[in-house]
Design a protein around this ligand. Structure first.
Ligand SMILES: Nc1ncnc2c1ncn2[C@@H]1O[C@H](COP(=O)(O)OP(=O)(O)OP(=O)(O)O)[C@@H](O)[C@H]1O
Length: 771
């Protein structure tokens, strides 16, 4: 009887919530229709008439409406996911955006608004103003389930779960099979994550946490929160998210759009220099040298080394008289112009003294040198030389290829690409750049050998900070900028010609102006989003920068990142216990003190939402062996199966591994969800991938969508899989100075099942798997 009564009360509650949620979707539809109508209106106003300014404004306004329509579409799924009832008898609905009803009453509160905060922070021991929190689970527009928490202390569970909010909803979310893409967690953000998300905009916030504690997910929600709270500042300047590799960026790429935010640039350090897409990797030894802060000095010295004076005097042979014979121009007389050594040194020192970047200072050097050459020419030819004559003589000399060539050899116009490529492939240039200012060499012969590579080698991620450093010291290459402007004009002319063609074909030339049509091209800078403009501009200054897997960045990479955010408004996310790169961080102080000593704050996340307790116990043994100072996180979930070890001698791998993959896949896939990752030592990747032709690899387009994928540990950083198979743990352990950290990372990628395939004795730190 009682049971039936509660059944019907639940059904009634569901009906009531359904009617509220339906009302919300009606409001969403109405708002979206209004935005679509405005967009149609902008387009309908056509191209005719108006000044260029008016046309531009129409384009910008249409682009804004289009963005609003896409934002409203992106919040469709799970529009409303929560409700809070407070002690004053008020109730509020929480969702992905704020909505008002026809009377302008707030009917849905954006999850980022201050009024929504108790939804995330209330715990049984500290419920704040709440008497009840309700999670609404929806499928499409239908409410399918409700989870209620009534806050009375008698409900307290075991100690570490006391801090959890929305336990039932959280556990349901965590148990779901992985889809290969990170999703948003707005409905189940935990109190410790909420503190990270809503921490103030200024200054540096470090989010340190063990694997699976939700650092990435919290950082992305923080980006959405900051954009909501500081829309004015951040929409103009944009937010930059730096991740470890492109696979990871694809993995997290859906989170912000699903929260309705698109003004965010997602990139790797390898892509931070526009025009260069670095994907190759340095050897560990080269990475350490290249990532060290000393390289800033080396690049500086390399630039100075390209500002030369000749050993003795400077002599330039110029052609003074030419005649035309049989239609061919021939030189009949040549004359040496001379500048003495001391004058050359003075010209160089004067140009350096102004402390302008190399390409800008070059003008000063060239001017001094041309003056000296012109004076020598006048002396030899016995010509008069007033100011006017001198100006003319300098210009004439500069137009001579032989003069340009001579001066270019002394103080060349340099692009960052040329400077760095030549530095790293020419032993003499590298040796010259490595002799420090006080005679102490900046790099040892061994370090120089580690850096040297054949000319024409592909760019590595470690080169990008050097290119950025060089760009700062070289200054904007005027010639390159002018060439880009010329190219831009040419493109516009082409667009105009094309537009004219279109008009002619449609016989519209009478009523429409080709320039107007061309200028309505959406590639127009005014209609680009902040993110699009920022991504193409090396000197763009962002409003906020988030660095994920930040422990992997070298000292040089930090210089590159910091240049993009002079206000030092950053979120630094990572785990120093997971540092895999030999050039990476050992502590946050080591990384941040050079920039913001004593002015950064740290938040720690302690609860692991990814890895079940049994698997985490194995990972904790590894952590204790490789980094005893670090505490492992607390897992919120138990696993469905104990982790296991399978021994297979190398020749057997070809049969054992495919069988294991098949069996594990059968256990974790279903409903289009469920993923398996096979994680290998770097040196074994190709061999293992060949044994598993059905599995994707990191570079393939399906890497995230295929049911199974073979990755090295570095490629798997930040990702997760329902089932993980770790191959040859002993080789992972010894593959580099950070092999122990790599094994720790590999084991903590599993959300449900872990299998370790070993060919030799299990390493002692994995002894737990033997039982
Ligand atoms: N509050 C939450 N609600 C639901 N799921 C969550 C929550 N917090 C974290 N998760 C899930 O836990 C998993 C791990 O999160 P995330 O990848 O952000 O961790 P991380 O700390 O960055 O891990 P790593 O250091 O290993 O990269 C993800 O699947 C994430 O969606």
């Amino acid at each position: 009887m009682e049971h039936r009564a509660s059944e019907s009360a639940r059904a009634e509650a569901l009906r009531a919530e359904q009617s509220y949620v339906s009302m919300l979707y009606d409001r969403l539809d109405a708002t979206r229709e209004r935005a679509e109508a405005s967009l149609r209106g902008e387009h309908g106003r056509g191209t005719e008439g108006g000044t260029h300014q008016a046309r531009l404004e129409r384009d910008v306004s249409a682009a804004e409406h289009a963005r609003q329509v896409s934002r409203l579409s992106s919040i469709e799924r799970g529009l409303c996911f929560g409700r809070i009832d407070d002690t004053g008898g008020e109730r509020y609905y929480i969702g992905r955006a704020s909505l008002r009803d026809a009377r302008d009453e707030l009917v849905l509160i954006d999850w980022r608004a201050p009024a929504a905060r108790p939804f995330y922070t209330a715990t049984p021991s500290d419920p704040g103003p709440l008497v009840r929190r309700r999670h609404l689970h929806t499928r499409g527009r239908t409410v399918v389930h409700l989870d209620d928490e009534v806050f009375d202390l008698a409900r307290m569970s075991e100690p570490e779960r006391r801090a959890l909010v929305g336990e039932a909803a959280l556990l349901a979310a965590l148990r779901r099979g992985r889809t290969g893409r990170m999703g948003d967690v707005v409905a189940t953000i935990q109190a410790e994550q909420d503190r990270v998300i809503r921490s103030g905009l200024p200054g540096v916030l470090v989010v340190q946490g063990a694997p699976g504690t939700g650092k990435t997910v919290a950082a992305l929600h923080r980006a959405a929160y900051l954009l909501y709270t500081h829309r004015e500042t951040l929409e103009r300047r944009g937010v930059l998210v730096v991740g470890p590799n492109t696979l990871f960026l694809r993995y997290i790429g859906q989170v912000l759009p699903s929260l309705g935010e698109t003004d965010v640039v997602l990139t790797t350090v390898g892509e931070l220099f526009p025009g260069v897409r670095a994907t190759a990797h340095d050897s560990p030894e080269a990475a350490v040298v290249k990532g060290g802060a000393r390289m800033a000095e080396v690049v500086r010295a390399a630039v100075r080394d390209r500002q030369r004076v000749p050993e003795g005097d400077l002599t330039v042979m110029i052609d003074v008289r030419t005649s035309v014979r049989d239609g061919v121009e021939v030189v009949v007389e040549r004359m040496p112009l001379r500048v003495d050594h001391a004058t050359c040194v003075r010209a160089r020192d004067r140009a350096r003294a102004v402390r302008n970047p190399h390409n800008i200072a070059r003008k000063l050097f060239v001017d001094s040198a041309l003056t000296a050459l012109a004076l020598d020419e006048a002396r030899q030819l016995d010509l008069p030389m007033d100011e006017e004559d001198l100006r003319y003589a300098r210009a004439t000399l500069w137009s001579r290829p032989e003069v340009r060539e001579a001066l270019d050899a002394l103080w060349p116009l340099l692009t960052p690409q040329r400077l760095v490529a030549e530095l790293l492939s020419d032993p003499a240039l590298l040796r010259a750049a490595s002799s420090g200012p006080d005679g102490e060499p900046l790099l040892s012969p061994r370090e120089r050998r580690a850096l040297l590579r054949p000319a024409g080698s592909p760019w590595t991620t470690g080169d990008v900070p050097l290119l950025d450093e060089a760009a700062e010291l070289l200054g904007e290459d005027d010639a390159a900028r002018k060439a880009a402007a010329r190219e831009d004009r040419r493109r516009r002319d082409d667009e105009r010609a094309y537009a004219r063609g279109v008009l002619e074909i449609n016989e519209l030339t009478e009523v429409m102006d080709a320039r107007a049509l061309a200028e309505r091209n959406p590639s127009d800078a005014a209609t680009l989003t902040t993110a699009e403009r920022a991504a193409g501009d090396r000197e763009w200054v962002y409003g906020h920068v988030i660095v994920d897997e930040a422990q992997e960045l070298s000292a040089m990479a930090w210089r590159t990142v910091m240049r993009r955010v002079p206000t030092r408004s950053l979120t630094v996310v990572g785990d120093v216990a997971q540092t895999g790169s030999a050039a990476g961080a050992r502590s946050w102080a080591q990384v941040l003190d050079p920039y913001v000593k004593g002015r950064w704050r740290e938040a720690r996340l302690l609860v692991n939402y990814r890895t079940p307790a049994e698997i985490m116990a194995v990972a904790a043994d590894v952590l204790a062996a490789v980094d005893p100072g670090q505490a492992p996180p607390i897992s919120v979930r138990d696993g469905e199966a104990p982790p296991r070890a399978v021994r297979a001698a190398r020749p057997e791998l070809a049969t054992v591994l495919p069988e294991l993959v098949r069996a594990e896949l059968a256990l974790v896939t279903g409903d289009g969800a469920g993923r398996l990752g096979v994680l290998t030592p770097d040196a074994r990747h190709a061999e293992v991938a060949a044994l598993l032709p059905e599995a994707a690899s990191a570079l393939s387009a399906e890497a995230l969508d295929a049911p199974s994928v073979v990755l090295t540990v570095t490629q798997a950083k930040g990702l997760e899989f329902d089932a993980v198979i770790v191959v040859a743990p002993d080789e992972i352990l010894t593959q580099g100075p950070k092999g122990g950290q790599d094994l720790y990372v590999a084991i903590t990628r599993a959300t449900r099942r872990l299998t370790v395939v070993h060919e030799t004795e299990l390493p002692p730190m994995l002894a737990r798997l033997r039982d």
